[in-house]
Design a protein around this ligand. Structure first.
Ligand SMILES: [Zn+2]
Length: 250
């Protein structure tokens, strides 16, 4: 979860419609689901007619995912997997509902699975962030759900490879489509111009681990970088990420 007020935009209906035209289909079989609000969710075409949903947004966003699917001429059962980059409520909020509505298999990094299922607290934070989380929790009820698949470093789902990128949460993962795209969850954020920044320190478990995870994915090749918040980088993204690392993560 990355509560940055700069990223929370209040939109009128008209803005949302314009947004949906602009943000829906990226390239290389990757779609950003429009009108999801605070958090990003993506659909990836696997090439065998099936789709993978990466992250599910805050609670009550299932209808938006299904509406976008319908606009693609696809049906709920075409989603074969739902992969969560991490269990924070702004990414897992609609996971339980979407699992029911699509019949997809739900997957998450193995170390984060107990937080999704409710065996462990969803999120731990101290100080001011603890207070903010407590406050957000009053409004955002996240339905707990057990994952069907607990992912490890190197696990594969079709053409997608799972890379363990802990730091924001203990079990955070990135989803990598070699030479094409990487979905990083909240390991990295971007602003409206696609400038990179690290996961927010206040909301992350271990910033040293965050930096090591960013270095790890900077050794991969990809054109697109798709963050959990902010605008996707659609071209030469691995080169931009290497510059970001060389520049002291700035
Ligand atoms: Zn988040």
């Amino acid at each position: 979860m990355e509560p940055s007020t700069a990223e929370v935009r209040v939109k009128s209906g008209t803005d949302e419609q314009q947004d949906s035209m602009a943000q829906s289909s990226l390239s290389r079989g990757v779609h950003q689901i429009p009108s999801m609000g605070f958090s990003n969710a993506y659909l990836v075409e696997l090439g065998d007619q099936s789709l993978v949903l990466i992250d599910t947004g805050t609670p009550n966003k299932a209808a938006r995912v299904l509406a976008y699917l319908a606009s693609m001429g696809r049906k709920p059962s075409d989603i074969s997997y739902i992969i969560l980059t991490h269990p924070d409520g702004d990414h897992s909020g609609s996971a339980a509902a979407l699992k029911r509505l699509t019949g997809a298999r739900l997957a998450i990094g193995e170390l984060d699975a107990p937080r999704l299922s409710g065996e462990k607290k969803l999120k731990e934070a101290s100080g001011i962030w603890g207070l903010i989380l407590g406050f957000v929790g009053l409004f955002m009820r996240v339905e707990r759900v057990k994952a069907d698949l607990e992912l490890k470093d190197g696990s594969t789902i079709g053409p997608l490879t799972i890379i363990m990128t802990p730091g924001h949460t203990d079990g955070s993962i990135s989803v990598y489509k070699p030479n094409e795209a990487i979905f990083v969850g909240d390991l990295l954020r971007t602003d409206g111009s696609g400038n990179l920044s690290l996961a927010s320190a206040g909301m992350s478990r271990d910033m040293e681990q965050v930096r090591r995870s960013v270095e790890k994915i900077s050794r991969l090749e990809f054109q697109m970088l798709l963050p959990g918040h902010g605008r996707p980088i659609e071209d030469v993204a691995s080169k931009k990420l290497r510059e970001f690392v060389r520049n002291g993560f700035r």
